[in-house]
Design a protein around this ligand. Structure first.
Ligand code: DGL
Length: 264
């Protein structure tokens, strides 16, 4: 394995940076290329066919160009829909990001778990399957929160978050039968941990927030155990569509050790 071969992290936007942050804690020296499909954002309001075709096509082209040692789909929407297909087309290990229902089920005391994701994620059979396997006997209440994807994108560009957006998600979940007993919240979209303070303000500090970022980072580190890393220069942040889509992200990128955004 070439020591400068990167790990490719992929998301529709900046959400996968939450996985990147987890990854840097366990593999600080690994060269990373982060790809944000800003031209396709948001995925959560698209159809399964649109998402699968887009993600498999883009990752195929990116893998050819960047020759990564491993690909991580740092997006729940893309993973729950296209993980199998991407694994079929790529020749390197592919790690997905799926809703953290298993750890949430282990944490809940009341037995009631809220799950906030994109519209496309919460309707996936993949999520039904995780619920059946890991949350038997628990109540799992799902809500789609497309506004939070936009809010997280804006927050990383230094803009404020409208508290009404978060309040609506809280109101929708707690109005569901049994919803007042939610004590654990699954952040089933990689964008949402970027809003953890705002979510804590709405749900209260006693509601535990669970996401997959650290687990995924550990999984990647495990798969790459024994490999050597040699980074030449800062990590790369690549976007689809015009470079203007990355305007405002300069600080968020610089503090995370990325060079200036580039177009794919
Ligand atoms: N970050 C993505 C996820 O984890 C989705 C955001 C979107 O494109 O709708 O689901």
């Amino acid at each position: 394995m070439n020591p400068d071969s990167p790990i490719l992290l992929f998301d529709s936007g900046v959400g996968g940076l939450t996985v990147y942050d987890g990854l840097r804690k366990v593999l600080p020296d690994a060269p990373v290329i982060y790809a944000a499909d800003l031209a396709g954002l948001p995925y959560g309001t698209k159809t399964e066919a649109q998402i699968a075709a887009r993600v498999a096509g883009l990752l195929g082209r990116m893998a050819e160009r960047f020759r990564p040692r491993l690909v991580c789909i740092a997006c729940n929407t893309a993973s729950t829909i296209a993980l199998g297909m991407v694994r079929d087309v790529l020749e390197v290990p592919v790690v997905g990001t799926v809703p953290a229902i298993k750890p949430a089920a282990a944490l809940t005391r009341t037995g009631t778990i809220g799950l906030v994701g994109t519209g496309a994620t919460i309707r996936q059979a993949y999520v039904d399957d995780l619920e059946a396997r890991f949350a038997q006997g628990k109540r799992l209440l799902r809500v789609a929160a497309p506004g939070l994807v936009e809010a997280a994108e804006a927050k990383l560009r230094g803009r404020g978050v409208d508290p009404a957006l978060i309040a609506d998600v809280h109101a929708e979940l707690t109005a569901m039968p049994g919803g007042e007993a939610i004590d654990t919240l699954v952040l089933a979209c990689t964008h949402f941990p970027l809003l953890s303070e705002e979510l804590a303000a709405a749900f209260g500090p006693e509601v535990r927030q669970v996401d997959g970022a650290e687990g995924i980072a550990r999984r990647i580190a495990h798969l790459l155990e024994g490999q050597s890393f040699e980074a030449h220069g800062p990590n790369r942040f690549i976007v689809t569509g015009p470079i203007a889509g990355a305007a405002g992200l300069e600080d968020a990128l610089a503090t995370r050790g990325f060079g200036p955004a580039e177009v794919f």
